[in-house]
Structures are given as C-alpha cells and as structure tokens.
Design a protein around this ligand. Structure first.
Ligand code: VTB
Ligand code: MG
Ligand code: MG
Length: 327
C-alpha cells in the first residue's frame, strides 16, 4: 500500500495501530502501582512510560493538552515536542493516568488516554474547570442543552430514548460543588452513578449505555479532560457541550492568551476536536467498558479501545504481552 492510500482521510491510518502501544505501556506502568495509595508515584511512572513510547512514533507531535505548564510539569508539558520528528505534524492531548486517585485506591475506571489530531484541530484549553454535559450517539441534535435545567435535560433524554425518566442514569462526579445538581437530578426520579474521579471515562460511558448503564454525563470537571472526552465522542458520535469556567480575571486572561476570546462560549464536540482524530484508552483498573491490566505468570493482558473519527471505527484490542522484561 502506498503512502497516499494511508493518508487519504487526514491522519495516516497506520497511526491507529501504533498509538495502542502508547496507552498500553502507560497503563501497565501505572497498574503496577494500583492500590498503593501513592498517586504521585503512579502518575509519574505512567508519564515516563507514555513519553518513551510516544517518542518512538514517527510523528512531529506537539502536546497541546498535557500534564500542565512547563514549569510545573517536567514531562509531557504543554508545548513539548514528541515523536521522532520524522512524520506528520500532529497535535496531541494526553492524560497518562486519568484518575490518579482511582488508581491509588484501586477503584474502577482509571485509564491511560491519548488523542492525536491533525495540527491545529484540538481546543487549546487552559487547565481550569469546564461545565460539561454529554450523551451518546443516536439522539436528535439538541436533546441536551448545557443551559437547560438538569430536570429538562433528563426529561428530554428520556423522551428521546423512549423510556420513563426513572430508567435514565446520569453519571456525576461526587463533589460538594455538585450537591445541588445531584439533588435536582434525584428529584426527577433518575438514577445517579456517582464517581470519585475519571470523567473522561464517565463521558465515554454514555456512548454505550447497554454496556455501561450510563446515559448522560453532567457536571464540572477538568477542561483538559473535557477536550479528551470530546475527542472520543468525535469518533463514536454523541453530543457534548462544554463551557470553560473562567471565574476570575486571572483565568480570563490566561484563556485569552491561549486564544480564547469569548470566555462564555459553549463548545460543541467538533469545536473541541476537529479534523481527523485518533483516540486510544487502555484500562488501568477494571472498568465498565475496559478491563484493567492483568499480570499473569507468563504474560500481561491489556484492554484498549482505539477510535478514529474519519472512519468511525471502534476497535477493542486485547493484547497479551509476553515480552515481560520490556514492561
Ligand atoms: C475530573 C476527573 C479527573 O479531576 O476532571 C476532576 O475526571 C476535576 O477536578 O479524574 P476536581 O478533582 O478538582 O473536582 C480529576 O479528578 C483528576 O484529573
Ligand atoms: Mg494526568
Ligand atoms: Mg486527569
């Protein structure tokens, strides 16, 4: 196959296969520190592992959503150049360990996550909170609205799904700031899956309600996690709206420096992730969609989902790693 056949719709499709190793490697490293109560250590090994594998890819990558500003994050910081430098110029959003606390406590749904997109197509979001609402594919456009009340959103989703409201489950981060939201959702009769962390997984879970039991994600979480989740929805279909929470002049200014002129803008999926996007996530701990890493006597097992927007392919890749020394 020649190069043009591989790059017909944006990114080189071979990258779809290559990117799997990046999240697998990070997930295995983090999983070795599952349940040790040390979030920092688990995060650090995941970052190291993801970076070294990423630097083997033939891309000229720039981290646009990463571990933070250069001075606070020594590696995979925003602006860091990654890859061999020999391939196409791409933008990268990553979280080597999404849910450090989940991993430290060995609770469900910690993931190693990456999104790779054509240059300039991911929202350059500051590390602030974002108000989010998301549902999976198959519902009419406009079923959800970030500015509508939780009760209206739940009612609208139930109608679109053709079920009574009490058959809807919302996923919400368990935070004091969500007390009113939780109360409002409960008042509708809908169920809530409260999660300790991991809203990238929470949003992705809406794309497969039969499997995960989650229909809608609501609430505020990290903006970087919002862009990562949007990258995934871009590939699976689904609706998401997000608004940066820029509640101090300092945050408004920081966002302005990153090119955000309207601090109140509501971003839809394709305004957070445009063009051809690849998304990969490997389970670190067992989750609703992905199994966690398993350490066997003779091999290590990983479970990864790889998505590509231009073809809308959803791949689930279970791997047995027998070269144990490498991990
Ligand atoms: C969420 C969650 C992340 O940050 O985005 C959350 O998905 C938001 O911040 O796993 P708070 O914890 O301050 O509420 C994480 O918990 C950590 O990245
Ligand atoms: Mg992180
Ligand atoms: Mg995170």
């Amino acid at each position: 196959m020649n190069a043009s056949a591989n790059t017909i719709a944006g990114l080189d499709r071979i990258l779809t296969m290559e990117v799997v190793r990046v999240t697998e490697r990070a997930a295995v490293a983090a999983a070795r520190l599952r349940g040790r109560g040390d979030e920092k250590a688990a995060d650090q090994v995941a970052v190291d592992a993801m970076r070294s594998e990423l630097n083997r890819l033939n891309i000229k990558g720039t981290v646009v959503i990463g571990e933070g500003e250069r001075d606070e994050a020594p590696m995979l910081y925003i602006g860091e150049e990654v890859g061999t430098g020999k391939g196409p110029a791409v933008d990268i959003a990553l979280d080597p360990l999404e849910g450090t606390t989940i991993c430290a406590k060995n609770l469900p749904n910690a993931l190693a996550v990456i999104a790779i997109a054509e240059k300039g197509s991911l929202l350059f979001a500051p590390d602030v909170y974002m108000d989010k609402i998301a549902i999976g594919p198959g519902y009419p456009e406009g079923t959800i609205d970030l500015d509508a009340s939780p009760a209206d959103n739940i009612a609208s989703l139930a109608k679109a799904k053709g079920v009574p409201v009490n058959e809807v489950t919302a996923c919400i981060l368990d935070r004091p700031r969500h007390a009113k939201l939780i109360e409002a959702v409960r008042a509708t009769g809908a169920a809530i899956r409260l999660i300790g962390d991991g809203d990238v997984a929470g949003v992705i879970h809406t794309t497969d309600p039969e499997e995960t039991g989650i229909d809608i994600y609501i609430g505020s979480g990290g903006a970087p996690e919002g862009v990562l989740a949007a990258a995934a929805l871009r590939c699976t279909g689904g609706q998401m709206q997000g608004r940066l929470i820029l509640d101090t002049p300092e945050k408004v200014e920081r966002a302005a420096k990153m090119g955000i002129a309207d601090p109140n803008k509501v971003y839809r999926v394709d305004e957070m992730a445009r063009g051809d996007v690849l998304f990969a996530a490997t389970g670190v701990t067992d989750g609703n969609m992905l199994a966690g890493v398993k350490f066997g006597r003779n091999y290590i097992t990983t479970d990864t989902i790889v998505l590509r927007s231009s073809s809308r392919t959803v791949r689930e890749i279970k791997a047995r790693h027998q070269d144990l020394d490498k991990f």
